[in-house]
Design a protein around this ligand. Structure first.
Ligand code: MG
Length: 314
């Protein structure tokens, strides 16, 4: 008989370097996850996904994106999904690229949105289809309207830790754009490792540079991708620096078409396993979450990239 016992939960030991007992997980599978998958799920399945995630204990679930349907057909039914998810007792923010998207989101009942900017010019042109300066103007207009309307706003920064065309990213540019977004009044900044190249020392360096520039660590979230298997290590570095909000996608769905890897977003399953192992409460039931991850990836015709979901489903 094997001496190895299969555990359904991690061994738990608090880390003396991390003084926190609860963190917030910003679940992005229905939006960031699904928009990057080649299979498009129907609205019923998306609503079921959001319901299952809420049932598993997720409290913030990004529900969709009001981008052009001809460019991102996976998100074409975001209005219907958002309207149907409104019955749930969870936050369901949506991504909004411009004023047109903002108006569509508001018409569908959105009172919680996110805007985005690329730190690099190349990604802005290649992926967002506009120059960085243009995007900055457009996003600023959306945030001004949202704040006047009493809508909650989060700001995403893409390509914070490395860019496939430009290579290294200047920390000064990250700090500048973060400060711009903060001056608009966004309540939180999510730092995106869009291609998943960050390593823990870099995460620490960027968070410290932002904090040194006057941005409270409580307003910073980390959005890591697991391309090189560094996502949970990067979250751990963020935890040590005082970050308390982490983005993740059930089953690790999604990703970036510009990253040379089949892996995508940090899997919520892997994140929860580490956090619970550190004695940090997430409010998420790992069994219910991994069941959802397996169900979701099956619907997408693939296997989860999450190690934890894979291990627990054996
Ligand atoms: Mg992502």
């Amino acid at each position: 008989m094997s001496a190895v016992r299969q555990l359904g939960l991690p061994m738990t030991q608090a880390d003396p370097g991390i003084d926190v007992d609860t963190v917030e997980i910003w679940e992005v599978a229905p939006r960031d996850g699904l928009q990057a998958e080649s299979v498009t799920l129907d609205a019923d399945t998306k609503v079921e996904l959001i319901e299952r995630l809420a049932q598993a204990g997720a409290r913030i679930i990004e529900a969709g994106s009001f981008v052009r349907a001809d460019r991102v057909p996976q998100m074409a039914d975001s209005a219907e999904v958002l309207t149907r998810a409104a019955a749930l007792e969870v936050r369901t923010p949506v991504l909004v690229p411009n004023l047109r998207g903002y108006e569509l989101a508001r018409a569908a009942g959105a009172d919680d949105i996110a805007v985005f900017l690329s730190v690099t010019e190349s990604f802005s042109q290649q992926n967002l289809g506009a120059a960085r300066a243009t995007m900055e103007t457009v996003a600023g207009e959306v945030v001004a309207r949202a704040i006047a309307d009493g809508v909650r706003v989060r700001g995403y920064l893409s390509m914070v830790f490395g860019d496939p065309w430009e290579g290294a990213v200047a920390t000064d540019e990250v700090v500048r754009l973060a400060s711009v977004m903060r001056s608009w009044g966004v309540e939180q900044l999510s730092l995106g490792d869009t291609i998943g190249v960050a390593t823990p020392g870099q995460v620490r360096g960027i968070v410290r540079a932002l904090v040194d520039s006057g941005i409270p660590v409580g307003e910073i979230a980390l959005h890591m991708h697991d391309t090189y298997g560094m996502a949970v290590a990067n979250v751990h570095a963020g935890l040590e620096e005082g970050v308390r909000v982490f983005d993740a996608a059930a089953g690790g769905v999604g990703g970036c078409p510009f990253a040379r890897s089949a892996t995508g977003n940090l899997a919520t399953d892997d994140l929860v396993w580490m956090l619970e192992g550190l004695g940090i409460r997430t409010g998420i039931d790992l069994d219910a979450l991994t069941e959802t991850s397996i169900w979701l990836t099956r619907a997408l015709g693939k296997a989860p990239t999450s190690r934890v979901a894979t291990a627990l489903s054996r």
